[in-house]
Design a protein around this ligand. Structure first.
Ligand SMILES: [Cu+2]
Length: 194
């Protein structure tokens, strides 16, 4: 890596005042590129550390990215007509006001239910969490597999892996928020929200 880097750097080769000292020119160039390479490595290491730190922070403690209500990384499971799908996402309520997710609608969805998956004596079961989903101020609510999710009930069309669906999320305070959710078998890689 160092060798490749040195070759790309504009290393001065000859023509300098130290030209006459034979091998000295090479030694100076080598020292300069080595120093630059070390500095670059240090910068990369620092950048890596910063990234790791933010990634390790518990989600609840990282500051919310904005003072608005927003939805991050919505996605839904594939499902057959007549079946149910599940919607996952992170809802960030950056406002100082409690909000509530009242409904999720799309032409193919008959109705929704808010569920919580619980481990009951080794068996994963889904429990209804109520008609609506409370969103306290200055918090993020994460809907993910094995935890809270929105069931999309009694679909009239298939939801096909690799496609996407437009959903209207109805919030008590914010009103309607339209999102496009990819249809996936597994959660998208967490490219942590900005
Ligand atoms: Cu469910």
């Amino acid at each position: 890596m160092i060798d490749a880097l040195s070759k790309r750097l504009p290393v001065r080769s000859g023509g300098g005042p130290w030209q006459g000292s034979g091998g000295g020119s090479w030694a100076v160039s080598w020292a300069v590129s080595w120093g630059v390479a070390l500095s670059l490595s240090a910068v990369l290491l620092l950048a890596g550390c910063t990234g790791d730190d933010s990634g390790d922070a518990p989600p609840d403690e990282t500051p919310l990215p904005s003072s608005k209500l927003d939805v991050d990384q919505p996605w839904v499971r594939p499902a057959a007509p007549g079946g149910n799908s599940a919607l996952y996402m992170t809802i960030l309520n950056g406002t100082s006001t409690p909000d509530t997710l009242l409904d999720v609608t799309a032409p193919v969805i008959d109705s929704i239910q808010i569920h919580q998956t619980v481990d009951s004596a080794g068996t994963m079961r889904m429990q209804p969490l109520g008609e609506t989903l409370p969103l306290p101020p200055k918090t993020r609510v994460t809907l993910e597999p094995g935890a809270k999710h929105v069931m999309l009930m009694n679909l009239s069309q298939p939801l096909t892996d690799g496609e996407s669906i437009v959903l209207d999320l109805d919030f008590a305070q914010k009103g309607l928020l339209r999102v496009r959710a990819p249809i996936r078998v597994e959660a998208p890689p967490s490219g942590r929200e900005s």
